[in-house]
Design a protein around this ligand. Sequence first.
Ligand code: MN
Length: 212
Amino acid sequence: MKLKKLLEQQKKFVLPDLPYKYDALEPYIDEETMKIHHDKHHAGYTDKLNDAITDESLEDKTIIEIFKNASKYSDAVINNGGGYWNHKLFWKVMSSDSKKKPEGELLNKINDTFKSFDKFKDEFSEAAETQFGSGWAWLIYQDGKLKITQTSNQNNPLMDITEKQGIPLLCLDVWEHAYYLKYQNKRPDYVEAFWNIINWDYIEKRFNRIKK
Ligand code: MN
């Protein structure tokens, strides 16, 4: 076995492979952005998370346990823990084989909650566009309800330091590193493009699992 692989296996948190090729989301998200985003940014958060949990003796904690008690931990654990987990979800909520909207129970719940899919789309897009500076937009499930929210930096709705908490179903990265090469300062164009590549099949499955 190669030494690099052996060393990787000793680390608690491992950078997952992208579930598709770097250019799979073209033309909405370009290949170069995906390469840098996954191989540099996501890899960096994962490496630094492993360093931080070693420094702070948190090797026995799951990432969810860390988020539930985020208020007890350092910025290094919070920022890199969020960066590790948020991107793992982000890759999964996108696909080159996207349908335009969800179906079944998730669509019903969206219609009940937001009046229509288009209104949900507007509200989620607004959360993504108005997040000041770096952060994320989220669709979360909590106490039987769907909610839209936004977080700064790499914070997420599983952390006890987050105001609106819940289980994330859908997320959108609005850090400039996610879109600047292709969209420069035009974040709304990136947000609009995102609606063409959402993996609703995955999010429906996630919803069905979580709501039980
Ligand atoms: Mn990112």
